[in-house]
Design a protein around this ligand. Structure first.
Ligand SMILES: Nc1ncnc2c1ncn2[C@@H]1O[C@H](COP(=O)(O)OP(=O)(O)OP(=O)(O)O)[C@@H](O)[C@H]1O
Length: 712
């Protein structure tokens, strides 16, 4: 039964079943288990993979065309692009001109040997010509780099915006999907380069290589046709040079589909230990727990046990691939490269009079054959490069089309903008939900209804599903079953933008953007981001004004600067370098440079900022757009006074907005709630007002008493 299932699985395209030994080869590489796909029969046929690549190139050509059109649409690139292409074309013609001059030189030598006279005019012309081509080559290279740098910068600017847009539009389940993350990472080559620049370079290189090969071939034929044994020598040399390149490249090819994993406990723990010692987030516990000695001894012991097996997969695998394999070509290439010399010697013995000429032609042909075959081989090999580059172009455009898992609705919300003042009605109808990839329900058959303007508090143990309810209301995820209704309408039918505009949510794990405090608050209501009085009011309502005023840069303080100043490649705060004193303090003051250290705020201060952002969105606005306020543990990090003040302010300012809180604290909020939902293990187990739930004497009453007892 299992075998049949396995067979069926591995026949499906793209299925990679590591247990199917007929399709998957297993190799132990140090601590790693490597599974490689065994290519199908057709793939053993020489050139079959190349055909596949050519088909792939053909498929991706429309994307290349699209990129070319995109590049052509950047007006500031036009002049640079034409100049760059023209210079490249000229550069690729120069080697053929040089070769032609070399051929002319040979003719002169040959005439000199035969007639003992030198054509001085021709010699001077050749010398002048060579000097001119050399100078021209240098000049053209300079022009090429002059055009290339600004051209690539402009391409980078253009395509950075494309990537920014593509990333910004993704919803949470899509963005969190590792496959999507890989796709996004694949669209941006490492090292700050851009797909567009690399593609342009590839096209230019390809164009140059073709011009180079055709022109070189023309000149080579004309030079060789006049030389004795020229054709035979060139065939031998071309063959030897080609084999040499094939051998070098062939060694570096690896299987296309593979996966590697490690289950080695020692290796896993060693990597864990390394992270503990390297990352600053663990330093506090490392020191306070006196862990250094223990970690060192464990690390050393594990390293000893592993010996040479320990190592990063890529490193171990490349050593394995490089280490001596038997290759027939590697044995043949030596004798083959000697063949032309042997032939030359034999010929010289036959015809001693032609030795100088043959020596010169041998030299010319050998060097030309090498560069010519290299160029030819590069074109052949470039099919892989071109296929990969075009695949990168496709990836770049594909990221803009990644479908979001949360489909947008079509209906505007609310129908009547004025109605929002009276709050929004919220209803969950038999809602069940599991996080992507999870087996257990985070919410199971949850139903409740909140009338417009009501205040509801969800309480319950850790992991019972409280935050999930809030996330589903703003459609970070969609339920698997059931319906969520706002004012009686299924939220899946509403335009996402409108739905999120009408709600305001403060997450438990709220974020702080790597921007200034002002921007952090302003982003609560992007439409009024430049309205300073609103920002200041929101800061005051969030209880953040006082500590902001104490910061040296006030609202303009960066909590975490996304860009660091540069200090001669040394970290800020360095005081001595090579025994010399260095102090950038005066320079920092003169240049108005801000401190590069991140501003340390307490957890409570951070939370006040997050609350201020929520207030900016919901209560500071003149025109209320928000009718439903959602708060996930808004006071978890606040001191009791701040918590009390926050709830008083919320009650005063909310108007008629509907409010939903998730909280662990009973008292301040629950006593004022119109409805309390008590959750446990993904379901609502009790619901009612504080008094009703106390009278019921269930779980809520038990925890209420537990918390109350602490104060008795
Ligand atoms: N992003 C996620 N991916 C997978 N599972 C998740 C995710 N977020 C939460 N869960 C799981 O869903 C369940 C409900 O989580 P939820 O955050 O709603 O609990 P909660 O009641 O808000 O807990 P707490 O009181 O600790 O904040 C938990 O079992 C949790 O492990």
């Amino acid at each position: 039964m299992l075998r049949r299932r396995r067979g069926r699985l591995s026949d499906k395209p793209g299925t990679f079943d590591p247990e199917d030994r007929s399709r998957v080869k297993y190799t132990k590489v140090g601590v790693w288990d490597l599974y490689e796909e065994i290519p199908r029969e057709l793939e053993h046929v020489p050139g079959a993979s190349r055909v596949e690549q050519i088909l792939e190139i053909k498929q991706n050509l429309p994307y290349l065309w699209r990129m070319m059109k995109d590049i052509a649409s950047i007006r500031s690139c036009w002049f640079l692009l034409c100049g760059y292409a023209f210079v490249h074309l000229l550069l690729s013609l120069l080697p053929a001109i040089n070769l032609w001059y070399s051929g002319q030189m040979l003719t002169i030598v040959q005439i000199a040997v035969d007639t003992r006279t030198v054509d001085k005019q021709l010699l001077l012309r050749i010398a002048a010509g060579r000097i001119v081509t050399m100078t021209l080559q240098r000049f053209l290279r300079l022009c090429s780099s002059r055009a290339q740098i600004p051209l690539e910068r402009r391409l980078k600017q253009h395509f950075t915006q494309h990537i920014f847009r593509a990333r910004a539009r993704l919803d949470l389940p899509t963005f969190d999907d590792p496959a999507v993350q890989r796709q996004l990472a694949g669209a941006t080559p490492p090292g700050g380069r851009t797909v567009a620049a690399l593609t342009l370079r590839m096209i230019m290189d390809l164009m140059s290589a073709c011009v180079y090969v055709v022109s070189q071939l023309g000149v080579l034929v004309s030079v060789l046709s006049e030389q004795p044994d020229g054709p035979l020598l060139s065939v031998l040399m071309l063959g030897a040079a080609f084999l040499q390149h094939m051998h070098t490249m062939g060694q570096l090819t690896i299987a296309r589909v593979w996966a590697a994993t490690t289950k080695n406990e020692d290796y896993l723990r060693m990597q864990g230990y390394k992270r503990i010692v390297n990352d600053s987030e663990h330093r506090k516990e490392l020191l306070a727990g006196n862990l250094a000695g223990y970690l060192i001894s464990q690390f050393v012991a594990a390293a000893k046990r592993l010996g040479d097996d320990e190592g990063d997969f890529r490193e171990l695998n490349s050593t394995r691939l490089m280490s001596g394999k038997f290759h027939l070509i590697s044995f043949l290439k030596g004798p083959l490269s000697e063949l032309p010399q042997i032939l030359f010697t034999l010929r010289a013995a036959q015809r001693p009079a032609s030795i100088p000429v043959s020596l010169a032609s041998l030299q010319l042909i050998q060097s030309t054959a090498n560069s010519f075959t290299w160029e030819l081989y590069k074109i052949y090999e470039q099919t892989t490069g071109i296929a990969e580059q075009l695949a990168d172009v496709r990836k770049l455009y594909d990221i803009a089309e990644i479908p979001n898992r949360i489909p947008d609705g079509t209906e505007p919300f609310p129908e009547d903008a004025q109605k929002i003042r009276a709050g929004i009605e919220l209803e969950f109808r038999n809602v069940s939900f599991r996080y992507p990839g999870a087996d257990n329900y985070a919410l199971h058959n949850v139903s409740f209804r909140l009338v417009a303007g009501q205040l509801c508090v969800i309480v319950g143990s850790n992991g019972s599903g409280k935050s999930t309810i809030l996330k589903l209301i703003v459609r970070l995820y969609d339920p698997e079953e059931g319906q969520i209704l706002l004012d009686g309408r299924d939220i899946r039918t509403l335009k996402l933008h409108d739905l999120r505009q009408a709600t305001s949510v403060l997450f438990q794990d709220y974020t702080h953007f790597p921007l200034s405090i002002r921007d952090n608050i302003a982003l609560g209501d992007p439409e009024h981001a430049s309205d300073n009085s609103r920002i200041e009011r929101a800061a005051a309502l969030g209880g953040a004004s006082e500590f902001i005023a104490r910061l040296p840069d006030g609202l303009d303080t960066y909590l975490e600067r996304p860009v660091q100043d540069h200090y001669g490649d040394i970290p800020a705060g360095t005081h001595t370098l090579f025994g010399r004193k260095v102090d950038y303090g005066a320079l920092r003051a003169a240049g108005g440079m801000s401190s590069t250290a991140n501003m340390g705020l307490s957890g409570g201060q951070m939370q006040r900022l997050a609350v201020a952002r929520t207030f900016m969105r919901s209560v500071v606005a003149d025109e209320p757009k928000v009718g439903l306020l959602l708060f996930d543990e808004p006071s978890a990090s606040l001191d009791p006074t701040a918590e009390h003040d926050l709830f008083v302010r919320l009650r005063e300012l909310r108007g008629n907005k509907t409010m939903l809180f998730s909280s662990h604290r009973f008292g301040n909020l629950t006593r004022h709630a119109d409805m309390i939902l008590y959750m446990s293990d993904a379901v609502i187990v009790e619901s009612g007002t504080h008094e009703q739930l106390l009278a019921r004497d269930g779980e809520y009453a038990r925890i209420w008493k537990l918390q109350a007892q602490a104060f008795l």
